[in-house]
Design a protein around this ligand. Structure first.
Ligand SMILES: C[S@@+](CC[C@H](N)C(=O)[O-])C[C@H]1O[C@@H](n2cnc3c(N)ncnc32)[C@H](O)[C@@H]1O
Ligand SMILES: [Zn+2]
Length: 275
């Protein structure tokens, strides 16, 4: 069976989560080919198995190389403690629906759901190159190109919303979560990838404002800090430098970087809706 048809059949099982990003009416999967609303706004399923719900072209600073680099780094196991922690938080609840907002190339969601067996995974990102890669490598999940500001999902469709190292949209998280749902937001702390940051700047980073905004919008129920260092294989030096759109990758030509180890320093914020 072709990937497009396989994805369409999978989406069909969960068609009730979709809502037209143009007119907000219900949608259905038509002829294993498109997702169509009552007013006939039509979004085709791409041959790679994802759906593009953007209603206008968006330029992203995140390109193919960046997402390839992120995939190599995430697949290396560097974030394994984060994936285990999130899957522990998601818990054993029966087939929870998990939406990863700003999922990039989908590796975090895929690794988390490999542990949280039975969960249903949906990823959305505004960058098409990220979703293309996600759909290419990870089956049995729903991958959508879309803007969180006009997302293609119905209210109260998800048990868990993930927001990993990505911009938040709290009013949308509030709308999309079920009343007893959980928001899990991962934010960097000052030591996150500091060995790379130190190559380029000497300033320190604080997540204070990000954490404050989380608390203003959601009831914070728990916080976990994940801090550890990992010795690095040489094959990861380059992808680690390429995985961000910041100036990190602007090394002088011929300059060689050696990173014997790398620090992961993250905060996992868990919130509930104010109902
Ligand atoms: C730093 S990347 C993190 C990607 C992924 N969560 C990871 O950790 O590898 C931030 C992501 O947020 C996405 N993003 C930014 N604004 C968005 C929006 N309005 N709607 C959906 N995704 C958005 C970007 O395209 C990018 O992939
Ligand atoms: Zn519509």
């Amino acid at each position: 069976m072709k990937k497009k048809e396989k994805s369409a059949m999978y989406m069909q099982q969960f068609a009730s989560i979709f809502q037209c990003p143009v007119c907000a009416s219900a949608m259905k999967i038509v002829e294993n080919k498109s997702i169509v609303c009552i007013q006939n706004h039509t979004f085709d399923i791409a041959k790679q198995g994802y759906v593009n719900f953007l209603t206008r072209p968006v330029r992203s600073e995140y390109d193919k190389e960046l997402f390839e680099a992120r995939k190599i780094v995430i697949d290396s196991g560097l974030y394994e403690p984060l994936h285990s922690k999130i899957s522990e938080i998601i818990g054993e609840e029966k087939a929870p629906k998990v939406l990863d907002t700003g999922c990039g190339e989908g590796s975090h969601l895929s690794h988390i759901l490999r542990i949280s067996k039975g969960a249903v995974g949906v990823g959305i990102d505004i960058a098409k190159e990220g979703i293309l890669s996600a759909a290419k490598y990870y089956d049995d999940m729903i991958w959508c190109v879309g803007d969180l500001a006009s997302s293609p999902f119905k209210e109260e469709s998800f048990d868990v919303v993930l927001n990993i190292l990505s911009p938040a949209n709290y009013s949308e998280f509030n709308r999309l979560l079920k009343d007893d749902g959980l928001l899990i937001k991962v934010v960097p702390k000052s030591g996150y990838l500091k060995e790379i940051r130190n190559l380029f700047y000497k300033n320190t980073y604080s997540n204070e404002q990000t954490v404050e905004r989380f608390k203003e919008n959601f009831q914070q129920v728990e916080t976990y800090e994940l801090s550890y260092k990992v010795p690095l294989d040489e094959y990861l030096f380059q992808p680690l430098l390429q995985m961000t759109p910041l100036t990190w990758n602007k090394l002088n030509a011929g300059e060689e970087v050696r990173l014997p180890e790398i620090s992961i320093d993250l905060e996992v914020l868990i919130g509930r809706k104010n109902v």
